[in-house]
Design a protein around this ligand. Structure first.
Ligand code: PEP
Ligand code: MG
Length: 389
């Protein structure tokens, strides 16, 4: 939303409460908060602001171009949307459709009321039409966990992140979630809709959801409400067990989307919101690299589209790693779309697969970082004997 933010700065609150006059610099790029900056720092940051405005103009030029690497590999860079108003930014920065609409934000916005079928439908229609000719990937509610849903949760949970969350909650309360599923199926008449399920861990969840859709479609037929059967159904891969069975899961769905925010949290047993362990939250842990390569490989071998919609996709330094792992579709916040497209356009993809394979055999995330800094130039692999100009 273009609001700079820095999270997990412990001990800062007492320093700033009741001090309305304190000048503060919030540097969301570097992850710094500077209290009482001196004149020199203020000047430096004013120059930085001007520079970032200039860069933004350059990025807007990139947004008109396709995300094609120097050696001709095309990548679809899509947008993650929390609020429907963000679609304008996504279009401005040249997104290839919506890669993740977090529909639970609609619920959170309306709470304590439940959104109506017509409210769901209007938003889905808007996102689908604005995404054309690309698809819009709409995720069913990912409520539960930390996205508390008081209206639908019947009991308190001691460990909600491992509890009734995402698809589990949807299937547990079909009475409540029918409204959303009806709106999704009705939205299929407006263009290309891919429906995505969060927190899938077992194949039965997909089968049950399909049966739920069949029921809803029979109901709509009865009511003579139009819909199309021509939509894709996909699973998020956010849990290590799910990653391990992607060859099996591929028989049940039309696409995967890797949710690295949760996949890293659950794989490394590191709460993604806990500042005390935030240094252990490591996207380059060899286990994560192995999992990514495996999931993307399994999906592609089965002819499925594989996307990645976690924050890992939004870091241009990691773009070569993701391309090397075989990724050809990624979804990031609207403002990062052009940055990632620009990075892709600078790169040669050839040789990156070998680089990632080598990284996955190293012992630690730090070694991986070091290896990458030695073997990654601005245009791709260097010093591994790959054929790169
Ligand atoms: C993820 O887990 O990577 C993801 C995209 O979902 P969320 O951040 O909404 O949990
Ligand atoms: Mg998630």
């Amino acid at each position: 939303m273009s609001i700079p933010a820095v999270l997990g700065v412990s001990g800062i609150r007492p320093k700033i409460v009741d001090q309305a006059e304190v000048p503060i610099i919030v540097d969301g790029t570097e992850g710094r908060v500077i209290l009482w900056p001196d004149e020199e720092t203020l000047q430096r940051y004013r120059r930085k602001c001007e520079e970032s405005e200039r860069q933004e103009l350059q990025l807007l030029e990139t947004s008109l171009l396709a995300a094609v690497s120097k050696d001709g590999v095309e990548v679809k860079v899509m947008a993650n949307i929390d609020l429907p108003e963000e679609i304008g930014e996504a279009q401005r920065f040249g997104a290839a459709g919506v890669g993740l609409y977090r529909s639970e934000f609609l619920y959170i916005e309306k709470s304590p009321e439940m959104p109506t079928e017509e409210e769901h439908l209007a938003i889905y229609r808007h996102l689908i039409e604005a995404s054309a000719p690309h698809p819009a990937i709409i995720r069913t509610y990912d409520l539960g966990g930390r996205k508390i849903a008081r209206e639908v949760m019947e009991t308190r949970e001691a460990n909600p992140v491992l509890g009734l969350r995402g698809i589990r909650l949807t299937l547990a309360r079909p009475d409540i979630f029918r409204t959303q599923v009806r709106a999704l199926i009705r939205a299929t008449v407006f263009g290309e809709l891919w429906i995505m399920l969060p927190m899938v861990t077992i194949v039965e969840e997909i089968r049950q959801f399909r049966a739920f859709c069949e029921e809803v479609m029979a109901e709509l037929e009865e009511e003579e409400i139009p819909f199309s059967r021509d939509f894709k159904l996909g699973s998020m891969v956010e849990v290590p067990a799910t990653a391990m069975i992607t060859d099996i899961l591929a028989r049940e769905v039309d696409f995967f989307s890797i949710g690295t925010n949760d996949l890293i949290q659950y794989s490394l047993a590191v709460d993604r919101n806990n500042e005390h362990v935030s240094d252990l939250y490591r996207p380059l842990h060899p286990a994560i690299l192995r999992m990514l390569t495996q999931v993307i490989g399994n999906g592609r071998a089965a002819g499925l589209e594989v996307s990645l919609c976690g924050e890992m996709g939004a870091d241009p330094e990691l773009t070569p790693v993701l391309l090397g792992a075989g990724l050809r579709r990624v979804s990031v916040s609207p403002r990062q779309v052009a940055t990632i497209k620009r990075r892709i356009r600078e790169l040669h993809v050839e040789g990156l697969d070998r680089l990632v394979r080598d990284c996955a055999t190293l012992s630690t995330g730090e070694e991986v970082r070091e290896f990458l800094s030695q073997h990654l130039g601005p245009a791709g692999v260097v010093g591994l004997g790959a054929n790169v100009d």
